[in-house]
Design a protein around this ligand. Sequence first.
Ligand SMILES: Nc1ncnc2c1ncn2[C@@H]1O[C@H](COP(=O)(O)OP(=O)(O)OP(=O)(O)O)[C@@H](O)[C@H]1O
Ligand SMILES: [Mg+2]
Length: 284
Amino acid sequence: MNMIEAKEITYKYPDGTKALHGVNFNVEKGKIVALLGPNGAGKSTLFLHFNGIIEPSSGQINIANEPLKYSKSALHKARQKVGIVFQNPDDQLFAPTVREDVAFGPMNMGLSGKEVDDRVSNSLEKVGMGGFEDKAPHHLSGGQKKRVAIAGILAMEPQIMVLDEPTSGLDPKGASQILKLLYDLNKEGMTIIISTHDVDMVPIYADKIYIISSGEIIKEGKPHIVFGDVKTIRNANLRLPRIAHLMEILKKEDKLLFSEEYPLTIGEARRSLLEYIDGVKEDK
Ligand SMILES: Nc1ncnc2c1ncn2[C@@H]1O[C@H](COP(=O)(O)OP(=O)(O)OP(=O)(O)O)[C@@H](O)[C@H]1O
Ligand SMILES: [Mg+2]
């Protein structure tokens, strides 16, 4: 089943900027899907459609096969299913303390005080921000704000979590921690949609990748298919994962002979290289 389906979405901002041109985007239940694209391509604009923060100029959004409606009550329901973590945490954090900020969503869902408290402490713990409950969000560092913003959506336990560049501004350990958390949530059944510029991480977790450029989807598919189309990747001002780039160079220099697909991750490269080394030993 498709949890999110964008059908022929076109969007024009009030100032006349045409940000999306007939975008189709499908996310199956239980998958992790990544959206890659250069600055200004339309990633954030597309994401804001997924729970009705903006309404398409034309086209349709379906959530779990139901067309999204834009009445207040329908939007309230949609936002319990689809949680969006904004690119800029300052657009999301507003309460005087971290605790109140993270509690806002679950409280709005009418949960008991005890349940809200539990969810607040669990979510903050999961993003590594336990102990910051009484701090003012605007006194946090950029990366800390990002984590609290993620905790706020996590606390609502949405079926679908949409994260607009969740790891930008995080230190390497913090970024891995958040990706590991998303990976674990996905294993528990959550459907996850991420926009990112981090092409090295994408093949590790994404089931499917979409590439957007100038408001149009120009490529979609499994990581090996998408990164196999090197020309499209580079034309869209993106790059290959470093590992794949190294393999591309070695192959061009006739140093290594790989079958059709470049390894994209350290794990895949390790396997390919070990197979290659074993092959060389056998030839001797
Ligand atoms: N509020 C707005 N009013 C007018 N134009 C906007 C607005 N927000 C975004 N745009 C324009 O819409 C286009 C898509 O922007 P969007 O923010 O969706 O890109 P993005 O892919 O998220 O980029 P980035 O990687 O920088 O976050 C850009 O041309 C941008 O200038
Ligand atoms: Mg953006």
